[in-house]
Design a protein around this ligand. Structure first.
Ligand code: ADP
Ligand code: ZN
Length: 661
């Protein structure tokens, strides 16, 4: 007996091996270890056969990993679609969709926490209407897609949970995907409470083997509801009824490694193939999704315009930092924000402050020669972290100790400039000496052991002011938070990316949505140097539709998505000259094979990337706008068959890119 095996490598075919005689059952769908160039490599068996193609002696499989299959025909089909859509090998696509863990007897059984059931709410009219439409979609037994556009706190999650309840009552399964940062104890608890014993929450703290165990239980239909981050979209549910993609605009649904899939795209594919219902939900839908929901009968738009608790949206105040009076203790804070914090603390209510910059100071510069300390491996400045007294690169993790004196000119001193959350925390303690202030980032989470501890302390009002980066902008639902402050709204506004306004609008709306979620009215203060920017003006009024109307005009004018599809090709390597020459070779192939297409295709930029150096690699990119990705078929075929990157270079193909740097 022989088997065909695929590996997690960029090779577009299977390799043939001999099956050990002692294995009598089928190996199809099982992972095994088989030799490639003398080294044992993990692969998946895709077929078995008695006959050999050709006259040679295949090598023997070295080891069997799975005693029962972890995938089958369906997963093979899905991987094959991913490999075509995202231009990767079948093996790379298949491995991206499978759990990495192994079967293990030692592993503790995974079970959801013990909990008591909470009483159900009565849905409000908007929720009721949305739910009815979704349920009638589910009952039609054909694929249906809905976009729930609901303001923050409008009760979207409540609607998802009722729809899921219906799905499991008819014997089907549900997959809910959330951004990793929303997989907070609060969300986990909500699902666990509602669906005790039937839900698997695939959060990042599970070990690979625990995830593997869940995977097998899901395959056997033993779990009805799967809640998890991006990769949970691959859960092998036998009878899928519904997929919920919460915060559908989130960029973390897009994988940053080969295959660069977007879980939302996989959700579309699966819902269609498996006749399931797909719900996309967001307070700030991506411009692309909202456009399709408005103009395309395939996505039905459901709107929740008011908060479930019947409390109004918080008042948003924009503070122009060009003219605002500043705190004389800490000039990054306006007096208005300081006053607002004081009066919130007086009422024993809580505050969330956002600054999208980690560390103490975001750059270090010499007082004499003005040199800014840069990462030796990436084209970014180093951030100073006071608690560890080091400078650090947030892209590659490089760290070094800093001297007082500049070692380049040997005259000046190195000054810590710019403000990160660590410096904010230090100064807040001076301005509000009686408040309990806590900073959330990976470092501080590590210090107390878990995010959950911070959460509980905040919930139990042991913390008055929580300061953090965008980690704290999502998912938190604490009724006693009545003030949200954004220290600098401009951090994402000037990044050279056509989505920078959308990202800013969305972040501001999300974080503002943490304020006043209970029965107390909330307020939001946004400090900025661009007070008249449309992303800020519409965020002030919680007006997604007005933002969309303005943004869609810009997209149309510049032919950006949804008016085109983007493909980004990045060449990276250790020698910049060779990177550049490969980029131009690819450009040649591209021009030859798209010349006849005229205006249906536009080659935008052939240049060094914004991050021109990352993790020691130089990077160049080509951005292609196309009416239709199938127009590039000839080019990709040619690229695959007649182009080979020079030694040390690697070509990344990014379909529907999210990251433009
Ligand atoms: P979203 O997902 O849109 O942010 P949630 O589902 O988290 O909103 O709901 C916001 C808050 O309102 C939660 O505390 C939730 O328990 C509560 N809630 C949801 N629906 C109702 C309702 N119909 N009546 C009262 N409270 C509700
Ligand atoms: Zn670096």
């Amino acid at each position: 007996m022989y088997v065909e095996i695929v590996f997690n490598i960029p090779l577009n075919k299977t390799l043939t091996y001999k099956k050990p005689d002692e294995i009598t059952d089928s190996l199809v769908g099982c992972r095994v270890i088989a030799p490639i160039r003398g080294r044992g490599v993990k692969g998946v068996v895709v077929t078995e056969t008695d006959t050999l193609n050709g006259n040679y002696t295949p090598l023997l499989i070295q080891k069997r990993i799975d005693l029962e299959p972890i995938c089958g025909e369906y997963e093979f089909k899905l991987a094959s679609w991913i490999s075509e859509y995202y231009h990767t090998s079948f093996g790379e696509a298949l491995f991206a969709s499978l759990p990495a863990g192994n079967p293990s007897k030692k592993d503790k059984k995974v079970n959801p926490i013990k909990i008591k059931q909470q009483p159900y709410f009565t849905l409000n009219d908007e929720q009721e209407d949305a739910l009815n439409k979704i349920i009638s979609g589910i009952d039609k037994k054909e694929s249906n897609t809905f976009l729930i556009h609901g303001v923050t706190g409008s009760g979207k999650t409540e609607v998802y949970m009722r729809a899921i309840k219906h799905v499991i009552s008819i014997g089907k399964e549900a997959i809910v995907i959330l951004p990793e940062i929303s997989l907070t104890p609060q969300t986990i608890k909500r699902f666990a409470e509602r669906f005790e014993g039937r839900v698997a929450v695939l959060h990042s703290k599970l070990s690979p083997n625990q995830k593997y165990r869940y995977w097998q239980m899901i395959r056997k239909g033993e779990i009805q509801i799967i809640v998890g981050a991006r990769s949970a979209i691959f859960s092998p549910t036998p009878n899928l009824g519904i997929i919920v993609v919460d915060e559908e605009h989130e960029t973390s649904y897009k994988s940053s490694e080969t295959p660069r899939y977007n879980a939302r795209q996989i959700a579309f594919y699966r819902a269609e193939r498996e006749s399931a219902t797909l719900i996309l939900g967001s307070a700030t839908p991506s411009v692309e999704t909202y456009f399709h929901a408005k103009n395309n009968t395939k996505i039905k738009l459901l709107s929740l315009n008011k908060r479930a608790s019947n409390i109004n949206m918080p008042d948003v105040n924009i503070i122009d930092m060009k003219t605002a009076k500043r705190s004389n203790i800490f000039s990054m804070m306006s007096e208005d924000l300081v006053l607002a914090i004081n009066s919130t603390l007086d009422k024993k209510e809580q505050v969330i402050l956002l600054l999208n910059r980690k560390g103490y100071s975001n750059y270090v510069s010499c007082s004499h020669c003005n040199r800014v300390l840069e990462c030796p491996h990436c084209s970014v400045s180093l951030t100073y972290h006071k608690s560890r007294d080091i400078v650090m690169c947030h892209y590659c993790g490089y760290t070094q100790h800093t001297d007082e004196k500049c070692d380049e000119c040997n005259i000046g001193v190195l000054k810590k400039l710019g403000v990160g959350t660590e410096r904010v925390e230090e100064n807040l303690k001076l301005i509000f000496p009686n408040a309990n202030i806590y900073r959330v980032d990976q470092e501080s989470v590590k210090a107390v052991g878990s995010y959950e501890t911070i959460f509980d302390d905040f919930k139990n009002q042991k913390i008055d002011i929580l300061i953090g980066t965008q980690m704290i902008a999502k998912g938190l639902d604490f009724p006693n938070v009545t003030l949200v402050g954004v220290l600098l709204a401009d951090t994402a506004l000037h990044i050279p990316d056509f989505r920078s306004a959308e990202r800013t609008f969305s972040l501001l709306t999300q974080v503002a949505g943490r304020s006043g979620r209970g029965d107390k009215k909330g307020a939001v203060y946004i400090q900025t140097y661009s007070p008249t920017h449309y992303a800020l003006e519409y965020a002030k009024n919680h007006d997604y539709k007005a933002f969309y109307d303005e943004e869609i005009i810009k997209r149309r004018e510049n032919l950006y998505p949804p008016f085109s599809r983007l493909v980004r090709i990045v060449v990276r390597g250790i020698d910049e000259k060779i990177v550049e020459s490969d980029t131009y070779k690819i450009l040649d192939i591209l021009e030859v094979h798209t010349m006849h297409l005229g205006e249906s295709i536009e080659i935008v930029g052939t240049a060094p990337c914004v991050m021109s150096k990352l993790k020691k690699y130089y990077r160049w990119n080509i951005l292609i706008k196309t009416k239709n990705q199938s127009l590039l078929k000839e080019f990709f075929t040619e690229l695959r068959t007649s182009f080979a990157a020079q030694k040390g270079n690697y070509v990344e193909i990014d379909i529907d890119p999210i990251n433009m740097t």
